[in-house]
Ligand binder design. Structure first.
Ligand code: PEP
Length: 252
């Protein structure tokens, strides 16, 4: 049975002491979730260890926001998969639009990261999504399909059980412009049929495909009730305990 993954991407917010306090509040607040729902938070690298101690044994899993594609070595300023694992991380967000657009990460680089994450036993959250001009030019499906195919190149069927896809239309991230449930659902269905053509029906049906882009407590229920939307990757609204709790406990 596929699960909903309700994830908070804290981006470059909360110093470790703030992150620790916030995580403590969140653990108290999210005291129950349905069996088919997984909750994850992704603090900054420097807050991972402190937050890991707080969420241990709770309903909340730990994620990271990025990772280097090499195992170790002379890569000044970078963080490896082993470093994340040693900090208690289970999920790693890869190919977020801010990484693609600000730091010019290519599909090829993101694919290397996905494969290293899987080899090391991390669960990659592969982010895909079109720019506003691509949507306006009618290229959404081509862009997103290509990001999915390239991001998953050489990922085996056996490894797909650990992969999460996050569809995040770039025009909806941090803008307050959420995609309507129907608009998002169309792209999610296309992603699932792309997965089916790559890996077959069973794997496609069991893969979690999150939506991200201005998800809030006020719009989460409509999105989560669409057939092919299995969770949310949340930026801004994950930085408020009440909002993120309501998002995690969405109504089916
Ligand atoms: C994100 O950071 O992935 C995101 C979707 O941000 P927001 O919820 O703020 O739009």
């Amino acid at each position: 049975m596929r699960k909903y993954l309700m994830a908070g991407n804290w981006k470059m917010n909360l110093v470790p002491s703030e992150a620790k306090k916030f995580a403590q509040d969140l653990v108290k607040s999210i005291d129950k979730v349905d069996d088919d729902v997984v909750i994850m938070i992704a603090p900054t690298f420097t807050a991972l260890s402190a937050v890991s101690e707080v969420v241990k044994g709770s309903l909340i899993k730990l994620g990271a926001q990025n990772m280097n594609e090499n195992e170790s070595g002379a890569y000044t300023g970078e963080i490896s998969a082993d470093m994340l694992l040693d900090s208690g991380v289970e999920y790693v967000i890869l190919g977020h639009s801010e990484r693609r657009n600000i730091y010019k990460e290519s599909d090829e680089l993101i694919n290397k990261k996905v494969k290293v994450a899987l080899n090391k036993g991390l669960k990659p959250v592969l982010c895909v999504g079109e720019l506003l001009e691509e949507r306006e030019a009618g290229k959404t499906n081509d862009v997103v399909k290509s990001q999915v195919v390239k991001g998953l190149q050489d990922v085996t069927a056996a490894e797909m059980g650990k992969v999460v896809i996050a569809y995040e239309p770039v025009w909806a991230i941090g803008t307050g412009k959420v995609a309507t449930p129907e608009t998002a659902e169309e792209v999610h269905a296309m992603i699932r049929s792309t997965l089916e053509s790559l890996y077959g029906k069973d794997i496609a049906e069991n893969t979690t495909i999150q939506y991200g882009g201005s998800v809030k407590d006020s719009n989460v229920d409509g999105l989560m009730n669409m057939t092919n939307i299995d969770g949310a990757l949340v930026g801004g609204a994950s930085l408020k305990v009440d909002s993120f709790t309501r998002i995690a406990q969405f109504q089916k």
